[in-house]
Design a protein around this ligand. Structure first.
Ligand SMILES: [Zn+2]
Ligand SMILES: [Zn+2]
Length: 135
């Protein structure tokens, strides 16, 4: 019975994480998820959040992008897109570029590589930060 209660609690916590991520277009890191859950009254330990995020990702319920320092998670139901990250303010810009998509396919097939997916993360300054830095 203790085990069942524990597993039930785990499921409720994972559902709360999934609901949170599905409710917005944000790219969440584990700390932000833990903080948002705490703000909404359901305190969940950071280790549980990490495990929950990993489990939800491996089951295909959420997507992740690997940044230099950490992983961020987002809804899995968006169309394919890549990311530009501002290293100054943290802004994350989503984009999709037809030529880049095609060229990745070309680069892969030239090497006999069967492409099953890709992640492209571009680092730099967002338009607002670039303007401020120019001043
Ligand atoms: Zn910026
Ligand atoms: Zn995204």
């Amino acid at each position: 019975m203790i085990i069942i209660t524990f597993m039930l609690k785990l499921t409720v916590q994972r559902q709360a994480i999934l609901d949170l991520i599905n409710a917005s277009n944000r790219h969440w890191d584990a700390d932000e998820v833990a903080r948002a859950l705490a703000d909404s009254g359901g305190s969940v330990g950071i280790a549980t959040v990490y495990r929950g995020l990993a489990a939800l990702e491996s089951q295909g319920f959420i997507d992740s992008i690997q940044l230099a320092d950490k992983k961020r998670y987002e809804r899995a139901d968006k169309a394919h897109h890549d990311h530009m990250i501002c290293t100054r303010c943290g802004h994350i810009e989503e984009f999709s570029h037809e030529t880049i998509e095609e060229l990745q396919q070309v680069a892969a097939s030239e090497r006999g590589f069967k492409l099953t997916g890709h992640q492209l993360v571009m680092f730099g300054f967002c338009s607002r930060c670039a303007k401020e830095l120019d001043r």
